[in-house]
Design a protein around this ligand. Structure first.
Ligand code: MG
Ligand code: MG
Length: 249
């Protein structure tokens, strides 16, 4: 069952989204060559706790960080580390979540570290635009896989590939609620979208092949071909007027 949220719940989730966005902005402002992903993690945690909120990821199934910090060919779930030092030309995917009064916000961005290649720039741009395309389908009466299809069409149209193993999701009192939102699928299919649904839409797009695998640390997911991957995510609510992004300041 897809839980539809009341206006009161949406107001709380807007606050959780705002805190999440603030943490990600702070991380983005600190991203530069020489910084470790653990420093970025500590920064995000401080911003979230200063707001009176809780980091959503820390302790989630035992994950040790406030952020997932996934570098270059890492797709998602990279563990923040004092030995991972950012270098000019890297791209860093940062996923972050915050809990306010029991409700979750969830958002991700891929940051360039200094000057990056034209191909990396194109990947980041396409992934961001595929998220926007997915969000643009979030109107009452549309179908769930209209979102999926919009993401896939844009990403593949740019010559990139869609990660199949990890998906977006409903969100509320739990980080992961129904429905699962694949980044590929057939337009016109799936459950009907309705006002009050809150969804975390999160394309994970690879520069090369779609295949991914997990590292021995039990968390980090990487591209099998070692090529770059990017990840953008927003938590949105479907209103009578269409989609509203909650993970913004
Ligand atoms: Mg996320
Ligand atoms: Mg998510």
């Amino acid at each position: 069952m897809i839980i539809r949220k009341s206006q009161t719940e949406i107001d709380i989730m807007r606050e959780a989204g705002r805190v999440t966005a603030r943490a990600l902005r702070s991380v983005g402002e600190a991203v530069r060559a020489g910084v470790t992903t653990l420093e970025l993690d500590e920064l995000a945690e401080a911003v979230i706790r200063d707001a009176g909120a809780k980091p959503a990821f820390k302790g989630y199934h035992g994950f040790p960080g406030t952020i997932c910090a996934s570098l270059n060919h890492q797709v998602v779930h990279g563990i923040p580390s004092s030995v991972v030092v950012l270098r000019e030309g890297d791209i860093l995917s940062v996923d972050c979540g915050a809990i306010v009064d029991g409700y979750f916000g969830d958002s991700a961005l891929t940051f360039p570290v200094g000057r990056i290649t034209a191909e990396a720039t194109r990947l980041l741009d396409a992934t961001r635009r595929s998220l926007e395309a997915g969000i643009s389908r979030c109107h009452s009466g549309m179908r769930l896989y209209d979102i999926s299809s919009a993401v896939q069409t844009l990403a593949e149209g740019e010559g990139f590939s869609v990660v199949k193993e990890y998906v977006g999701h409903g969100i509320g009192r739990n980080m992961h609620e129904e429905p699962q939102i694949p980044n590929y699928g057939q337009a016109g299919q799936g459950p009907s979208l309705k006002t009050g649904m809150v969804l975390a839409i999160e394309p994970m797009i690879n520069a090369g092949d779609a295949g991914v695998e997990s590292l021995d640390d039990g968390w980090t997911v990487v591209t099998r071909d070692g090529k770059l991957s990017a990840h953008f995510e927003h938590t949105i609510v479907i209103t009578d007027e269409g989609p509203v992004i909650l993970t913004v300041e």
